[in-house]
Design a protein around this ligand. Structure first.
Ligand SMILES: Nc1ncnc2c1ncn2[C@@H]1O[C@H](COP(=O)(O)OP(=O)(O)O)[C@@H](O)[C@H]1O
Ligand SMILES: [Mg+2]
Length: 509
């Protein structure tokens, strides 16, 4: 028998216009943590979806425990003790943890000898035991809607364990987690290895691989470009294989030359549905050529500030002034016309129309203007021409160029499309909310470069980010938000990362 619990031989999978997996061969050993590293769109999810039976390869073979897989279906994969936690969870929110876990495989006992009923009490206990064994800290009787993202993810993990998964696939599990939650998850993954499980960890974060993985395969544009022993390979080397060129972890930044004030927020108050001030008397201004970054732990009001400036949230009191004109109550489109571009946090619900093509999405702000629309008639060829130029300039990768339906694109490339569209408006003020969330280093480098180029052109930039590293490397001025208030506003070069961190926790004055 082969030394591998999973083996893929010459696996190729094509989608219209793209080879998602190109002649991939690799082997995974029992009991190891095997990482799959690659940029957005490299083919990681597709490859593991094949192992989980969601797709059938066009060519090549998959072996599990030495036996060739003949039928590709999730049920068959589950029967082979393979489990997968997807990027988007599949839970029913008004059901309890236990109900979600047993959905579709309800264990029954017979009441009075014949009437089948679901044995919830026993099942709750069994799930509580599993949760304890793997240190998941999940309560079986809680409803999903009352759990945060990290807890919901652990419910997905419990679901796999309950189904006796021995080979567990995690698709970018840390993308949605805070640093503390990531530590917790990595501990759980180590605990699983101690229990003899085989783990496949899909990620584009090198530090995570360094921390937990034994071996790592690197995918680039569908092909395996390297399989390495993590302990013996430098992060730099892995990054280069992943991106296919040398990468710089820091960006060149031109000297700070502030121009005139373009955006002013004065005594802003935003209340939530309960009347609680989530933004509490916040004042600041942003000059041309300045990156004003709001640092803070998630949920302290930073996103509400950005939404209020963009016109997506109602302001309770205070004023917002853009280019000398008050826009506190202006409509979204009026703000846009007044010179505001906005890259929102939730790119799928606010930033894009997923079932439209890339070309249509790139022209969302301009479709009613010349030369795209002349006397009420749309000129598609102008759309496409402009799109091809943006695709080239912003390195947006997709299967069918400007004709690709955006839904089928990877997250990183969707984000590049939004950034391209918004920057292309040439607005004097740009808001970036979490611009690199969930992106790989190649895409992060690209977007950081774009932000700095806009700064060099004299744009006023408001940046909201949960990544302190991102703030420290880009900001000219940092405002630290805690509990809806800006506790501190200071030039970036006068504050250490540590100091900013302390304000973020609210521990300094
Ligand atoms: N269902 C699909 N239909 C068409 N194209 C797809 C589909 N799923 C993925 N792709 C394309 O295949 C490539 C690989 O995608 P994916 O496996 O999701 O990459 P990764 O997980 O590494 O980000 C991407 O170019 C993506 O747009
Ligand atoms: Mg993926």
């Amino acid at each position: 028998m082969s030394e591998y619990i999973v083996e893929m031989r010459h696996v190729t999978k094509r989608f219209p216009g793209i080879v998602a997996n190109d002649d991939v061969s690799l082997g995974i050993k029992k009991g190891e943590i095997f990482a799959l590293l690659g940029e957005n769109g490299a083919g990681k999810s597709t490859l593991m979806s094949i192992l989980f039976g969601m797709y059938e390869p066009d060519e090549g073979e998959v072996y599990v425990r030495g036996k060739k897989v003949e039928h590709f279906s999730p049920n068959h994969a589950t029967a082979m003790n393979i489990g997968m936690v997807h990027q988007h969870f599949k839970l029913v929110s008004n059901y309890t943890v236990t109900e979600n876990i047993i959905l579709g495989m309800e264990p029954q006992k017979r009441l009075g000898g014949f009437l089948p009923v679901v044995d919830i009490k026993n099942t709750n206990q069994k799930i509580a035991d599993l949760s304890k064994k793997f240190r998941l800290e999940v309560e079986p009787t809680k409803k999903i809607e009352d759990l945060n993202v990290s807890m919901q993810q652990r419910v997905e993990i419990l679901k796999m364990l309950y189904r006796e998964a021995e080979i567990l696939i995690f698709d970018e599990p840390t993308a949605v987690l805070t640093p503390q939650e990531i530590e917790f998850l990595l501990d759980i993954i180590r605990e699983m290895r101690r229990n003899g499980k085989t783990i496949i960890l899909i990620t584009h974060k090198l530090e995570e691989i360094k921390q937990v993985a034994d071996r790592c395969a690197i995918l680039n544009r569908g092909k395996v470009v390297g399989i390495c022993d993590v302990a013996e390979t430098s992060t730099k080397k892995m990054a280069e294989l992943m991106v296919g060129r040398e990468v710089s972890f820091t960006q060149e930044k031109s000297p700070f030359r502030p121009g005139e004030v373009k955006l002013t927020v004065d005594h802003l108050v935003v209340k939530n549905a309960d009347g609680f001030p989530v933004v509490n008397d916040v004042s600041f201004s942003v000059r041309g050529g300045e990156i004003f970054a709001i640092a803070g732990v998630a949920g302290n009001g930073q996103v509400e500030i950005a939404d209020a400036v963009a016109g997506l949230t109602k302001v309770s009191s205070g004023t917002i002034t853009l280019g000398g004109k008050e826009i506190t109550d202006a409509a979204v489109r009026a703000r846009n016309r007044q010179g505001l571009a906005y890259i929102p946090e939730d790119r799928q619900s606010w930033g894009l129309i997923l079932d439209f093509t890339l070309s249509e999405n790139l022209l969302l702000r301009r479709y009613d203007q010349e030369p795209y629309c002349v006397k009420g008639v749309l000129h598609r060829e102008k759309f496409d021409e402009k799109s091809r130029q943006l695709i080239e300039q912003f390195d947006i990768r997709s299967g069918q160029g400007e004709k690709t339906v955006v839904r089928s694109m990877s997250g990183g490339n969707q984000q590049k499309a939004i950034v391209a569209r918004e920057i292309d408006q040439d607005a004097p003020c740009i808001i970036f909310v979490q611009p690199t969330r969930g992106l790989d280093i190649g895409a992060i480098e690209n977007i950081h470069r774009q932000i700095l180029e806009e700064r060099a052109k004299g744009k006023a930039i408001l940046l909201v980010s949960l990544e302190l590293d991102e703030i420290m490397s880009l900001a000219d001025t940092i405002g630290v938000i805690y509990n809806g208030q800006l506790l501190k506003i200071a030039p970036a070069d006068t504050m250490s990362t540590n100091e900013v961190g302390q304000y973020m926790m609210g521990v300094k004055e």
